[in-house]
Write a protein that binds this ligand. Structure first.
Ligand SMILES: [Cu+2]
Length: 240
């Protein structure tokens, strides 16, 4: 982990605390039952750590501090299948998470999932110029998917892993225009829990969504908390 400045929008810079230099941190992906090993070197001036959601041995839960200049190897047997956030867990928690120390772990079932066009979308907020969540973004760059729609083939299955890691907001959401989807809360379970066009997530909550865009065209997405949508978290799927 390093402290660095990241560009969270066109010309907008944010002094971040990062796993590996980016916010969010890398998407980690393993199959259930595999052992995930993460060696975390703390190259910052403050203690940090790495706490995974999901199931694992309590001594690997990641609440103990890793002092500056030292390292720790986390080993967890990944599971259950789903999408599980990870984040720093040292106080003040809101600052350690709000500065950018988070990401997602995708755990696939042992036999994998049905083929689909997949994307992970993590919702962030950034306190730029002292204003809490002045900038919001999917995958760390405000407006990115507005300028660069996510292309998927029309008529083919799409699977989206969404997660809300916005600090200082009671709730966030993912809302898709012009098409409904199946919702698997936390990406868990073999059958969708419900269908809709919006999935609402408290901080740290996440879901796996499955849908097909039958017609060629642009399908907007954004959080249905419109102040969050307005600050950079509005984008598009383009069915081509
Ligand atoms: Cu930290």
């Amino acid at each position: 982990m390093i402290e660095t400045t990241v560009e969270v929008g066109a010309g907008v810079h944010f002094p971040a605390w990062t796993y590996g230099g980016s916010v969010p941190g890398p998407v980690l992906r393993v199959r259930a039952g595999e052992t995930l090993e993460v060696r975390l070197r703390n190259l910052t001036s403050r203690p940090h750590n790495l706490h995974f959601h999901g199931s694992h041995a309590p001594e690997m839960d990641g609440w103990e501090p890793i002092p500056p200049g030292s390292e720790f190897v986390y080993r967890i047997v990944a599971g259950p299948p789903g999408v599980h956030p990870y984040h720093c867990h040292l106080p003040p928690l809101a600052e350690h998470v709000g500065r950018g120390l988070y990401g997602v772990l995708i755990v696939d079932p042992p036999g994998g999932r049905a083929p689909a066009h997949e994307v992970s979308l993590l919702l962030s907020g950034f306190a730029v110029d002292g204003t809490v969540n002045a900038i919001t973004a999917w995958n760390g760059v405000a407006g990115f998917y507005g300028r660069h729609p996510i292309k998927v083939p029309a008529g083919e299955p799409v699977r989206v892993y969404v997660a809300n890691m916005v600090e200082y907001e009671p709730v966030g959401s993912f809302h898709l225009h012009a098409r409904t989807f199946d919702v698997y809360p936390a990406g868990m379970g073999d059958e969708p829990a419900f269908q809709g066009d919006t999935v609402t997530m408290g901080q740290g909550e996440r879901a796996m969504l499955e849908f097909t865009l039958p017609e060629v065209g642009r399908y907007m997405f954004h959080p249905h908390q419109h102040h969050l949508a307005d600050r950079g978290a509005t984008g598009w799927f383009a069915a081509v």
